[in-house]
Design a protein around this ligand. Structure first.
Ligand code: NI
Length: 262
């Protein structure tokens, strides 16, 4: 069944029909969803959602646009948000990853040095707790590669919504990292990602929505949801000369291995 490795069902775009939609997942051949944190509030809501649905898991961690919250929580008695992330990841069995964490030089909400500081501290936490990482990297190819080279062999990570070149993808393959591929691969102007999907080995590909964002064709521009991954699997199958069923089965096995859910 489909394994959606990166979703944001805590988003307000799902407020009207969240339960109805999540209850329809098995009919849509969706077997597992990892709901990923961005702000501290998202992390808390994501964990609550994971506790409510047996097939939903959670990743906790602060997105580069939100690390100002972590910075503001620094105090002499420690950092309350960092402490919450650590403790929740330790005690809550539905938390299976740290994320999404990384660098975002597109929006530049936080200074680059602050982004890097918290990216590293959350990578250190993932290493300490032996949890995989969902990496967000936008317009920050050089710095992300520099940092993730240092952590190669120490952490397991997926380049969520991979948006760089096929050439750089080969670097990440060598370093042992995974690739999160979603709706963009179905876009007519998604040539770079189509090339990447062709060159990356099948055992390093994870499927994802990043919902409510990035719905695949023919739903481009609409609200995304995990059932639409069917279109992503179909496009990867076309690019790789496989059947859609093969792509769904292999990526499900990859995701279970990645998150330790075997
Ligand atoms: Ni995301």
């Amino acid at each position: 069944m489909i394994f959606d490795t990166h979703a944001h069902y805590n988003d307000k775009q799902f407020d009207a029909d969240r339960d109805e939609l999540l209850s329809s997942m098995s009919e849509q051949n969706v077997g597992t969803i990892v709901n990923v944190g961005a702000s501290f509030e998202d992390c808390k809501n994501g964990v609550a959602l994971a506790k409510k649905y047996p097939f939903v898991y959670a990743a906790v961690g602060l997105h580069p646009d939100d690390v100002g919250e972590l910075e503001a929580a620094e105090s002499e008695s420690g950092n309350a948000i960092y402490k919450w992330i650590r403790e929740t990841a330790v005690i809550e069995p539905k938390v299976v990853a740290i994320g999404e964490i990384g660098l975002d030089y597109h929006w530049n909400v936080e200074a680059h040095d602050i982004q890097e500081k918290w990216f590293r501290r959350q990578l250190d936490l993932a290493e300490e707790l032996n949890l995989p990482v969902s990496v967000h990297s936008r317009d920050a190819a050089e710095d992300t590669l520099r940092i993730l080279k240092e952590y190669a062999g120490r952490i397991t990570a997926v380049m969520h919504c991979y948006s760089y070149s096929p050439e750089l993808a080969e670097e990440y393959v060598k370093l042992g990292y995974y690739f999160g591929i979603g709706g963009v691969v179905t876009f007519k102007n998604g040539k770079k990602l189509k090339r990447t999907a062709e060159v990356v080995p099948m055992d390093r590909i994870l499927l994802e929505t990043d919902c409510p964002y990035l719905a695949p064709d023919p739903y481009r521009g609409k609200r995304n949801q995990s059932g639409y991954i069917d279109y992503v699997a179909a496009e990867i199958a076309r690019l790789k000369g496989l059947t859609k069923e093969d792509v769904i089965a292999v990526t499900e096995a990859n995701a279970k291995r990645f998150f330790g859910l075997e």
